[in-house]
Design a protein around this ligand. Structure first.
Ligand code: ATP
Ligand code: MG
Length: 773
């Protein structure tokens, strides 16, 4: 008893204790004594001894036909003595635990070399000895916290008092709830139980966000199945033993190896995909509640994916990823080293997710994954002055005197305990650190340097490649060196576009962080602080608004013009004029938008302010779809003198043209469905897919569906400037460049329309020109 009490207890700093059996923490020795005498502890102790006793008298049986009732197994084992209980695996019915009356009966059963039932050979083996683990009962309902809606999140964050409080609150809102943690523990014990039965002496270990300190409700469950000891076990069981009785080889070991699923495979020589297939089979057949099991053998780290039905948790099991176990511990250590690490990482992760810069739950793709993003934050904290976190090289120094850890040839040594780290003298608050994070990475040349957490420095790419150590890091648009596996670029999947977007989004965020809206709580109930950073796509929209929503496309010259290409410039100009007429036609007649040439406005302005000079600046910076041009459009319609045929209204240089436009209905949504309805089952050739006539009808139908022909306010307003682009890839094309300037507050909403125009407008304009030709 004294011994078991001792094993259950873990002394804590400052005189406290944790009872591992009951998951209870107490502050001091008298409270501990109370707990040990208390009902809960006593009950769990007796439950444990009952379970251990049951375990010693039970056998694990498999090999019977699927669907065999418990009663048949009961009857079969009755011939050896009394059967106390038969527990079938309730989901798949492929194995059973049979509890026998006593250990004598168990020995009789195990001494029998062959068992069969209904013509099937049974595999019968003793139960694996497992530590008793108490899992508190789960409350009714899902363990997953209700999804936090973006509105609710914004509301909660706005109530905090300052940005630091917002960041800490974010952690509380996102991290696992107590019930989710319990659910994971439960699932984890289930895996442990089943795998131990099928892979004797194996260990299953969690890694990744379930345990690294950056848990987010609903994140995947990453598991590592360590089969090293199973391999040794299998090898020793296979070695022919000359004198089995005398040499101490346990009969249990023999029975286990012979009857195990392992008899089908030699773990030492099997390939990773073969072992994963076996793991997948065990998952499919023997783990209750698991489905969608799939081997992903061609990933950098091959895994078996699965989903847990009841909780919808997704998970991965890998068998060859010890480095991930180690980097998981490293991330944990960083969270323990400084309490600013978690809020900062949670904030950056959520920002990056909202801006579509990071994510990829299914792997692959050009975005940063959460591990890479976390390393970026850790690197930033290493480079503060004074540093918030030590470099990995410094951590290695601090680990001297402890056992050094080398995994797959890489030095992964760092102190076991965060108490060995020197506390940071950096006093920056979270609000300032976040702003600086964006500032630093908004200025970073990701392609030209390597981010090294080992050194806590940006290294020139050449120094990594030519290093004497022979490390060959795969360089790309984003170079982030793994802190341990030094030849691994953690961001090797990131493409140039994402790297560029990441930097630009950081610049936009850094700019926002300089505003009062970021730094101070709004007294008028407006959004402030983190909330605006988290609006989806805002950073991208602002980047686009700053650099302009630009659409470039070449316009092929019609065939009949090509013979005159000697005077190509004139033809480009003519073609540009036609293109402008085409653009106005598509916007007005096909997409039912309002589209007023800014020239007319300029003319009106000029007429009003007689003698005042027209400035180029007006054309360079058209009003961003302000209301005035639209009012004037109405005025324009009653003043025919303002109207001129469109092809004549190109700017004098013939090189640029500006319109003020308004969109009244969401004509970019649901077009395919409306198109299908309009075309009917047997399309009329006149209404061929994509014909402008049909497209115009589609826009009209969508506008009608939405109600009012012309709502009071347009949905979107923007200025559009067309010009001949910088260079044509061939003389046979006119390079068109269209720049859209939406009203700044509408930038995010405009983005959707812009994405639609990117696909629609070039085709439609080309079609219009072709039909006119
Ligand atoms: P989440 O699952 O919430 O996205 P995570 O940290 O669990 O976050 P995963 O992509 O599931 O991320 O990866 C699990 C773990 O595997 C990581 O925490 C890290 O330890 C390791 N890992 C992931 N990607 C890499 C990588 N590119 N290089 C090295 N280790 C990695
Ligand atoms: Mg994960």
């Amino acid at each position: 008893m004294a011994e078991s009490i001792h094993e259950d207890l873990e002394p804590l700093p400052r005189g406290g204790f944790r009872c591992r059996l009951c998951h209870v923490t107490v502050a001091n020795k008298p409270s501990l004594d109370d707990h040990l005498r208390g009902k809960k502890h006593q009950r769990l102790e007796s439950l444990r001894s009952v379970r251990q006793d049951q375990e010693l008298r039970s056998v694990f049986v498999s090999g019977f036909r699927k669907g065999t009732p418990a009663s048949e197994l009961n009857d079969y084992f009755q011939s050896y003595g009394e059967v106390i209980n038969v527990v079938m695996d309730k989901d798949k019915g492929v194995y059973a635990i049979v509890e026998l009356q006593d250990t004598e009966m168990l020995e009789k059963v195990l001494a029998q070399t062959q068992h069969s039932l209904g013509g099937q050979k049974l595999r019968v083996k003793p139960r694996e000895k497992k530590d008793f683990k108490y899992t508190p009962p789960r409350r009714q309902g899902s363990a997953k916290r209700e999804q936090l809606s973006p509105d609710k999140l914004a509301q909660e964050l706005c109530q905090a008092n300052d940005v630091d409080a917002q960041m800490s609150l974010l952690v509380q809102l996102f991290e696992f709830s107590e019930s989710e943690r319990r659910l994971r523990d439960l699932l984890f014990s289930l895996f442990q139980e089943v795998f131990l039965e099928f892979f004797p002496e194996s260990a299953i270990l969690p890694f990744g966000s379930s345990v690294n300190g950056f848990d987010v409700s609903g994140c995947d469950l990453d598991l590592f199945l360590d089969l090293e000891k199973t391999k040794t076990f299998q090898a020793s069981a296979k070695t022919p033993t000359e004198t089995p009785a005398e040499d101490g080889a346990s009969p249990e070991l023999d029975a286990r190896s012979e009857d195990s699923i392992l008899s089908d495979i030699d773990l030492a020589s099997a390939t990773v995909p073969e072992v994963l297939e076996l793991v997948a089979t065990v998952l499919r057949k023997c783990v209750p509640g698991v489905h969608h099991v799939q081997v992903v053998a061609n990933a950098r780290r091959p895994v078996v994916k699965f989903c847990h039905k009841e909780s919808s948790l997704r998970g991965d099991i890998s068998i060859d990823n010890k480095l991930a176990l180690r980097n998981t511990r490293f991330l944990q250590l960083c969270t323990e080293a400084d309490e600013r690490v978690r809020p900062l990482v949670y904030t950056v992760r959520h920002w990056a997710k909202q801006q579509a810069l990071a994510g990829n739950p299914f792997g692959g793709g050009p975005l940063l994954n959460n591990y890479a993003l976390t390393l970026l934050v850790l690197f930033f904290l290493q480079t503060r002055s004074p540093p918030v976190l030590p470099t990995v090289a410094r951590l290695k120094e601090l680990s001297e005197g402890e056992e050094q850890t080398v995994v797959d040839g890489w030095d992964c040594s760092f102190p076991k305990d965060s108490a060995r780290l020197e506390p940071s003298s950096n006093t920056e608050n979270l609000c300032a650190l976040l702003a600086e994070f964006f500032h630093v990475f908004g200025d970073c040349d990701f392609a030209g340097q390597v981010i090294s957490l080992r050194e806590g420095q940006l290294l020139p790419t050449s120094s990594v490649l030519t290093s004497e150590t022979g490390i060959r890091l795969k360089l790309g648009p984003f170079n982030l060196q793994d802190p341990f596996e030094l030849s691994h670029n953690v961001a090797a999947n990131v493409n140039e576009k994402t790297a560029l977007r990441f930097r630009r989004c950081c610049q936009v965020a850094a700019k926002y962080c300089r505003s009062l809206q970021y730094q101070r709580k709004s007294s008028k109930g407006k959004i402030w602080g983190l909330v605006r950073l988290f609006q989806p796509g805002t950073a991208e929209a602002e980047v686009l608004a700053a650099t302009g929503f630009v659409l470039n496309f070449p316009l092929p010259l019609p065939a009949q013009s090509r013979e005159l290409l000697g005077q190509a410039e004139d033809f480009h100009q003519q073609q540009f004029q036609k293109a402008c007429a085409g653009i106005a036609f598509v916007l007005q007649d096909v997409l039912k938008c309002s589209c007023l040439e800014a020239r007319e406005e300029q003319q009106a302005v000029t007429e009003c302010k007689q003698g005042e000079e027209q400035t180029e600046g007006r054309a360079e910076q058209p009003s961003a779809g302000g209301k005035r041009p639209l009012d004037e459009e109405e005025a324009g319609s009653s003043s025919p003198s303002c109207k001129r045929p469109r092809t004549e209204t190109v700017s004098p240089e013939g090189q640029s043209m500006t319109w003020n436009c308004a969109v009244w209905h969401k004509v970019w949504l649901g077009r395919r469905r409306v198109r299908r309805q309009l075309r009917g089952p047997q399309p009329d050739p006149q209404h061929s897919a994509g014909s402008l006539e049909l497209e115009a009808k589609v826009s009209a139908a969508i506008s009608q569906q939405e109600g009012e022909a012309r709502p009071e306010e347009p949905l979107l307003q923007f200025a559009l400037r067309a010009r001949v682009g910088a260079s044509a890839s061939s003389e046979r094309e006119t390079p068109l460049s269209l720049r859209f300037d939406p009203d700044p507050p509408q930038a995010a909403a405009f983005q959707e329309f812009f994405h639609f125009l990117q696909g629609f407008l070039p085709r439609a304009v080309e079609q219009r020109l072709a039909s006119e030709a």
